[in-house]
Design a protein around this ligand. Sequence first.
Ligand code: GDP
Ligand code: IMO
Ligand code: MG
Length: 424
Amino acid sequence: MAANIVIGTQWGDEGKGKAIDLLASRADIVVRSQGGNNAGHTVVADGETYKLHLIPSGILHKGTLCLIGAGVVIDPKDLLSEMDSLSERGVTFDNLKIDPRAHVTMPWHITLDGLSEEFRGSKDIGTTHRGIGPAYMDKYERSGIRFYDLVHPEVFREKARSAGELKNAIITKVFGGKPVDLDAVIEEYVGYGKRLAAYIGDVSVLTYEAVKAGKEILFEGAQATLLDIDYGTYPYVTSSHPVSAGVCIGSGVGPKVIDNIYGVAKAYTTRVGKGPFPTELNDDIGKFIQDKGGEFGATTGRPRRTGWFDAVIVRHAVRVNGLSSLMINKLDILKGLDTLKVCVAYKKPDGTVIKDFPPVLEELEGCKPVYEEFPGFTENISSCRRFEELPEVCQKYITRLEELCECPVGMLGVGQDREQIIER
Ligand code: GDP
Ligand code: IMO
Ligand code: MG
């Protein structure tokens, strides 16, 4: 039995939900390690579409233990409404456990997320407005409220009041915003804590026990490498570590436990929110990909920016995460384009060609993509289940991506449905 990680290699929304759903069907445990309800993971199963935000995608497989680790930030209100709407569809939560160390997103985090974005004006990050950055700020400032506190009313009331008073001072005196009604919020959240108390469990211990028992474990990544706080396009990133190393910290296991690290990419690139995007297409082809790929955020509904596959960023992800193999999704969306392009390197303003993703935005600025071109395809590939069944041009495209990214492609997505996957 193995412990595997699924990670995003681009700017998110690569189809991790779909990869996780497939691998979760073979796993005993699925663990979320970082991020929060900024994630939106889509699973299409038997014609039904599920969009999961905080709940691990493994929940759709009855009997799979689903764990939310210490590195996650939890908005209890949103978590409960996600659980309620999944319950209505027959999903059960007997197998859900949440680490007492996980931090809680409070209403003032959401307010401050909005106010900070407004204050940045045209230099805003384009966050999901879910309070993610402010919740992680408090965690690292050592003033956060944790899941343990939430489910212990006396501890929670005291911590929430002192945190809330300070936040209200910042909201009103720094930003001139409307204060949070602390009395109402505290009692509302005590209620959420009561409902969630049954789910508390030490994820580090549960995962370790599973490792010792030889169980199959899947670590479900959220966000993606280029959104990592250190290895992404800072400051246009999220506030956690969505790279493979973040999994160990966020779930409380040592790196020796991990067997395989799967990186998920799209056959092209998308990005929601602001920040650099070297292969972005602001033309008819970009619009074609956006429309045909249904490129609208699963969490915020915002249109996703679209562009060609960028092998420079995916190779960066291969290195940073130590990827074992890649899953390339949405190849079917490229059907009908005359020519496909792949960025193989960047040309700097002084003419130098670079192959490694620049570490800072100042060095990325002015870089232009160097493209390699491929003939397009017109065949419907959604019913292909073996690599050899794909049109030759698709096979060549994927084989070249493997060379450029220096990583084998183990899985391919050829449609939205659970079944529309080629495994090699
Ligand atoms: P995640 O955040 O990485 O889990 O990805 P999202 O769920 O936010 O976005 C991926 C979108 O692409 C979802 O609508 C998926 O249903 C869809 N999708 C995933 N793989 C494929 C594929 O191979 N083909 C097509 N057409 N759609 C796919
Ligand atoms: P999944 O797991 C795509 C982006 C936001 C914004 C930046 C910071 O579905 O791939 P935040 O709210 O985290 O402070 O926003 O990160 N972002 C995502 N983009 N997919 C996601 O998750 C994302 N989670 C955050 O759009 O640019
Ligand atoms: Mg998503």
